[in-house]
Ligand binder design. Structure first.
Ligand code: UDP
Length: 252
């Protein structure tokens, strides 16, 4: 499978032109960044793990009727996805207080929230992704009221599904971030589908018994064993064998 020219390089992924119009190839890098790029590292094997974990979750979401950009995995580091017009928002769903909500509202990290909470952030590195309200989103035409309703409904459905999926693997889904993209169907009607990735880079995942962190907070907070924790998530989901991924086993 040949990929075309490089279109965009982000912090953790590179996007190439895909083999057919309307497709892209997403390449998962080992680079990790946090605190708006102030902290950086290369974590060997992270890209391979995130490619597999995201494939696993997106495939299951597709199968329960949540539309996603995922088409198929191509190799250890690459997946074929639908090209979308990205909505410039990060949609965060929270079940348990952690990270920025704990700080902002003075909540104890680990406190269960009274119900799942959905928040919107404007995707803009220079502004450090500020939190925005529906008023901002519609006033600046980032998305319509209908889009917001669709994102809320889809995000809560993804939350219910993923909470169960992870609970079955002994993992608490504390919070996560989603991104959406717009696609146009035959009749030129726009519709939103899930885009980007779902991985331990974009979720907070705690061991259900010990509350041990199994996500990017291990990198943000210098807890060590970052890729080992990601590999454990993959292992518990039944994706990887005990000894983790090996790029030597699969054609690049
Ligand atoms: N998140 C993300 N990308 C971002 C910001 C947040 O994937 O640019 C994820 C983060 O990993 C966590 C959730 O969204 O699972 C909520 O993050 P929070 O607002 O608490 O911010 P943080 O503590 O990461 O700064």
């Amino acid at each position: 499978m040949s990929r075309g020219k490089k279109l965009y390089e982000g912090k953790a992924k590179i996007l190439y032109e895909g083999p057919e119009p309307g497709t892209l190839v997403a390449h998962f890098k080992d680079d990790a960044t946090a605190f708006n790029n102030k902290k950086r590292a290369t974590l060997e094997g992270k890209g391979v793990l995130n490619n597999r974990i995201s494939e696993f979750i997106m495939t299951q979401l597709n199968s329960i009727g949540v539309p996603t950009h995922f088409i198929r995995r191509l190799n250890m580091r690459e997946q074929l996805v639908r090209e979308v017009e990205i909505v410039p928002l990060e949609v965060v769903v929270r079940n348990v207080a952690a990270g920025s909500i704990a700080k902002r509202l003075g909540l104890e990290e680990g406190e269960a929230l009274p119900r799942s909470i959905v928040e919107f952030y404007y995707k803009n590195d220079a502004l450090e992704d500020p939190m925005v309200s529906e008023e901002h989103i519609t006033a600046f035409n980032w998305a319509t009221t209908q889009d917001i309703d669709d994102m809320l409904a889809m995000s809560l459905r993804v939350n219910d599904f993923m909470s169960g999926l992870f609970a079955g693997a002994g993992i608490r889904l504390v919070d996560f971030k989603l991104e959406y993209g717009r696609v146009y169907d035959q009749n030129d009607m726009p519709r939103l589908i899930l885009a980007d990735e779902i991985s331990p880079d974009s979720c907070r995942l705690w061991d259900i018994e010990t509350n041990e962190k199994m996500d990017k907070d291990r990198f943000r907070r210098d807890l060590g064993n970052v890729t080992e924790a990601y590999a454990e998530v993959a292992r518990r989901l039944g994706i990887m064998k005990e000894n983790g991924p090996s790029e030597a086993n699969e054609a690049k």
